[in-house]
Design a binder for this molecule. Structure first.
Ligand SMILES: Cc1cc2nc3c(=O)[nH]c(=O)nc-3n(C[C@H](O)[C@H](O)[C@H](O)COP(=O)(O)OP(=O)(O)OC[C@H]3O[C@@H](n4cnc5c(N)ncnc54)[C@H](O)[C@@H]3O)c2cc1C
Length: 478
């Protein structure tokens, strides 16, 4: 009998299957290095037919499988639990069609996020969801995680930009969901697949909505003595009626790490926090909007506002923001990037509580986040070789999540549940909620072979921790 790896080689070719231990080691985890598990093989299909054949071969061998893009996920979503085969989609990376008339693109799942906007720029169009990892992450991964990014505030998350999907179902059949026009009859199954974290099948093609490149863009930074006043300014800007394209906060520890790194952008090292504001739209409207942002910055204690003079300066501001996680490598060997959302108006108090948790556990905690969405990223720099520090990191993380939920928030804004947060699901969902989600999943994957061990808690539900049981679902959203 041929081994599964041999069967897979027969489908995709000898050089497109990895199965030696040293090769598999690289695929043990994603961007969250705290969780790891061993895949039985990595396979790199190039076509949807190969994906179908790989899925069927795994089914015949009784081996689960997990779709994977670039592996930049931060919740352990692409981990190969139960000796799964990893179906690596990065070689399916063709942009198949750009329709400038309808403002749509048809792409394979391995297309790198930033490559799509590069390819469509000549048509005056761009793909709006822009995770900070956009130079590496794939559209397949973005769809699975319903990824956001700095421009989510104005343009929405991935789900607002996916019109139709082609999916290899866990039995190997091909399904087409949605339509290029965006109209669809019946249940919104595209909506169900976006954000399903690779548990409903392997996306092999996507029809995406493109947006017109705005006529004008103004990017500015406002310098604050502390994070809390920067958060107040965010609320003030929204209250004033503006909807900026982006509102991002970078705190002092992050500024210093960035300024010591290759991403250095000339941010003031002594600032408590910097707020990056991007405004876009018709050029004629922008200067008045910049003045309104200035007013809010002054009112909330900013010591200065700098407006980017040209595109190079604009890119420099963004390099500081998008390179922030990379720069953290200067602080410690490991980084735990948390992800939670709170009602925007509660950002100041939650940020204070989060920083106090970091101090109480004696940890190096920094914050760089999508403030306009209330989407926090408390980052803990640590060394996992120190068991005591690791234990404090995990306890602090748990407290941070609970603090966010108690403030009326949720446990992920964009990174997903994956392996990382499945035990926290009862904090926001009742047992009945989770059962309903499991039934939806079982409709696609009755045998639970596609990306097993993700999203759903493995331990018994704890009524004590259910926020609904404790009335947190009644906390107003603003
Ligand atoms: C430095 C850094 C910055 C980041 N910034 C952001 C940010 O601003 N916003 C944000 O949302 N995220 C961010 N992330 C997280 C991550 O980049 C996103 O979750 C991204 O969408 C993952 O894409 P990927 O191709 O790396 O997917 P992977 O990590 O390979 O996989 C992620 C999930 O997608 C599933 N999947 C992958 N391909 C397919 C497919 N073809 N069909 C079905 N399921 C599939 C996997 O099973 C897994 O569950 C950041 C990560 C890093 C390291």
């Amino acid at each position: 009998m041929a081994s599964l790896a041999q069967v897979l080689r027969g489908i995709v070719g000898d050089d497109r299957v990895l199965s030696r231990p040293e090769e598999l080691f690289v695929y043990q985890c994603d961007g969250l290095t705290l969780h790891a598990s061993d895949p039985s093989a990595i396979v790199f299909p190039r076509t949807r037919e190969q994906v179908q054949a790989v899925v069927r071969a795994c089914r015949s061998a009784g081996t689960p499988f997990v779709p994977r893009g670039a592996g930049t996920g931060l919740s352990g979503g692409a981990l190969a639990n139960d000796g799964a085969v990893v179906i690596e989609c990065s070689r399916m990376n063709r942009i198949l069609e750009v329709n400038a008339h309808d403002r749509t693109a048809v792409v394979e799942p391995g297309v790198i996020n930033a490559d799509l906007s590069r390819a469509t720029a000549k048509h005056g169009l761009f793909y709006a969801p822009d995770p900070s990892s956009q130079l590496a992450c794939t559209i397949g991964g973005n769809i699975a995680e319903n990824s956001g990014g700095p421009h989510t505030l104005k343009y929405g998350t991935t789900t607002n930009h996916v019109l139709a999907l082609e999916l290899v179902l866990p039995d190997g059949e091909l399904a087409t969901l949605g339509s290029a026009t965006g109209w669809c009859e019946g249940y919104d199954l595209v909506g169900a697949v976006v954000g399903s974290e690779g548990t409903l099948g392997v996306v092999t093609r996507a029809t995406l909505r493109l947006s017109p490149i705005p006529e004008g863009v103004e990017t500015l930074i406002a310098i604050f003595p502390d994070v809390v006043s920067a958060c107040r300014c965010v609320s003030g800007i929204i209250e004033s009626g503006l909807v900026p394209a982006a509102l991002e906060i970078v705190d002092q520890r992050t500024i210093r790490a960035v300024e010591d790194s290759v991403y250095a952008a000339g941010l003031p090292r002594d600032a408590g926090a910097v707020l990056i504001v991007e405004l876009d739209g018709p050029r004629v409207a922008l200067s008045a909007q910049v003045e309104r942002v200035r007013e809010q910055a002054d009112r909330n204690g900013a010591s200065g506002v700098e407006v980017a003079r040209d595109d190079a300066e604009r890119q420099r501001f963004w390099r500081a923001r998008k390179g922030a996680f990379g720069a953290m490598g200067r602080l410690a060997p490991d980084l735990y990037v948390h992800d939670a959302v709170v009602p925007r108006a509660r950002l100041p108090e939650v940020l204070e509580a989060v920083c106090a948790i970091g101090d109480r556990y004696g940890l190096k905690l920094s914050n760089v986040f999508h403030a306009g969405d209330g989407n926090l990223h408390p980052n803990i720099s640590f060394d996992r070789r120190d068991p005591d520090e690791l234990a404090r990191v995990l306890e602090a993380g748990s407290e941070i999540l609970r603090t966010c939920v108690e403030a009326g928030g949720v446990i992920t804004g964009e990174h997903g549940i994956g392996s990382e947060k499945r035990e926290y699901m009862p904090l926001v969902f009742s047992e009945a909620d989770l059962d309903a989600m499991k039934r939806l999943r079982a409709t696609f994957d009755p045998d639970g072979v596609c990306n097993p061990g993700k999203i759903f808690p493995t331990t018994r539900f704890c009524a004590e921790s259910n926020p609904k049981a404790r009335g947190y679902d009644a906390v107003p959203l603003a």
